[in-house]
Write a protein that binds this ligand. Structure first.
Ligand code: ACO
Length: 426
């Protein structure tokens, strides 16, 4: 049997055979037979918008791999910074390469004083830290005009280093501003995650010592969130990148998409949902409301995973270790009960709705003391390496500008009516 599809134009009887390559068919072949007839696929549910060698995701089988390495092995044995190197460069670093990478990232964690003083401190005291992050990322492009040299290898590398390195500084700065605490400068003697925790929590002590269990747990969460192929935020990064915008502006576009409650904002929505449910007695009525269409079970369901999200499994194990240090998050029992009820309910099983990465991550963040508003920011810190890996890939592959077609379904042509002759439409 041929590994191909045949498309017949029933108007003319003409047909075209298109080979199936890598699980897809080339849409340009289709337009040879049917010029001017477009695939209608809003939300890209059945469109592969890119070929990519970064992350392999099989939602049916519950598989997630970065550059071929299973997420379970990376979460157990690697560190976020090593994973960031892997995503950007395509291979795990040698000891020498890793030392250079660590050094470069560590020495680019500082931000320009004007970014802090004029931009970050200029926000209203109750500004959402994700709003601060999105805007500050965009503003950074004006501080690094060399970032526009996107085809200059050295300039590109410098921006990649800067963006990965400055994310924790911007994230912690956004938090400190929102709680009225003084900004804490990066400490070059600390590793990536401990440095972030120091900038978050340091008060008057000469040196902030992060709890190693919590620092490692956060590093694992960073590994799990580093990339997830063509999700909404990464697609925003690639679309802006395809116009050859500088990487700071592209990253601001990606972070904007991540901000939404259907995407990176879901972990925040999970905690708000669990808090609203409040007690075990309210779990069943809540599930009934969801089934009746009164809102969604946050942290459940995924466009691609129709099986247990492999990241959710690892996060659940990480949660146990964190709770041994912090004490159990009182919302955990409600979450466990919700999961148990949903996974045995036909509404959820028939739609193949399983817990996603956000269902348990918020519980860990909350137990660690992060305010709810910081949850999406915590997602954005490591996702920067994934965004940049995709940005580099699309430039290296010289992809054309993203410019989809539309099916116009508005008014047909009509004549302009002078204002004094118009009637209000219903
Ligand atoms: N609770 C209840 N029902 C749901 C849920 C949910 N969380 N998710 C999907 N459904 C139902 C829909 O109502 C729909 O039912 P129907 O066929 O009877 O109309 C069916 O399942 C399919 O849902 P879609 O909306 O078509 O699925 P889609 O792929 O568009 O949405 C999404 C995926 C946005 C993740 C969705 O499952 C959702 O809103 N989940 C809650 C928010 C969330 O957890 N987001 C985080 C995603 S992971 C991430 O971005 C990191």
């Amino acid at each position: 049997m041929a590994d191909s599809v045949t498309i017949i134009d029933n108007r003319t009887g003409e047909s075209i055979e298109i080979p199936i390559v890598n699980g897809g068919v080339d849409a340009t072949e289709w337009s040879k037979l049917l010029p001017g007839i477009w695939f209608y696929d809003p939300s890209f549910s059945t469109t592969a918008a890119a070929a990519s060698a970064i992350t392999e995701l099989d939602g049916e089988a519950g598989i997630l791999r970065y550059r071929g390495y299973p997420i379970e092995q990376l979460a157990e044995q690697s560190t976020y910074l090593e994973v960031a190197y892997l995503l950007i460069h395509g291979e795990l670093p040698t000891p020498e390469q890793y030392e250079v990478w660590k050094h470069d990232i560590t020495y680019h964690t500082f931000i320009h004083e004007n970014v802090r003083k004029r931009f970050m401190e200029g926000f209203h005291h109750d500004a959402h830290p994700m709003g601060i992050l999105v805007s500050t990322l965009a503003a950074l492009s004006t501080f690094y005009p060399d970032a526009k040299d996107i085809f200059d290898e050295q300039s590109r590398y410098k921006q990649v280093i800067r963006l990965i390195a400055k994310m924790p500084t911007l994230a912690a700065g956004a938090h400190r501003h929102s709680v009225g605490m003084p900004f804490v400068y990066p400490d070059n003697s600390l590793d990536f995650t401990s440095n972030f925790l120091s900038m978050m929590w340091k008060v008057a002590e000469p040196r902030y010592e992060a709890d190693p269990v919590l620092a490692r747990a956060l590093d694992i969460l960073f590994i799990l969130h580093a990339d997830h192929e063509q999700n909404c935020g990464t697609t925003a990064m690639r679309v802006a990148g395809s116009a050859h915008a500088d990487p700071y502006s592209c990253a601001a576009a990606a972070a904007t998409a991540l901000y939404g409650p259907r995407h990176g904002g879901a972990n925040e929505a999970v905690i708000r949902m669990l808090t609203r449910i409040g007690s075990m007695d309210n779990v069943l009525p809540f599930i009934e409301d969801v089934k009746a269409g009164k809102g969604r079970l946050q942290g459940f369901g995924h466009r691609v995973y129709k099986n247990y999200d492999p990241r959710a499994k690892i996060i659940k194990e990480t949660a146990d270790k964190v709770f041994e240090v912090t004490g159990k998050n009182p919302l955990l029992d409600i979450a466990l009960k919700l999961e148990e009820v949903a996974l045995s309910d036909e509404y959820f099983t028939s739609r193949r709705l399983y817990p996603n990465v956000d269902f348990y991550s918020g519980l860990i963040y909350q137990a660690m003391g992060f305010p709810i508003e910081m949850f999406t920011v915590l997602f954005a810190i490591p996702r920067m390496s994934g965004w940049l890996a995709h940005w580099i890939e699309l430039l290296d592959r010289n992809e054309r500008i993203a410019r989809p077609r539309q099916l116009y379904d508005g008014e047909p042509v009509r004549d302009y009516v002078p204002m004094d002759q118009r009637k209000a439409s219903a």
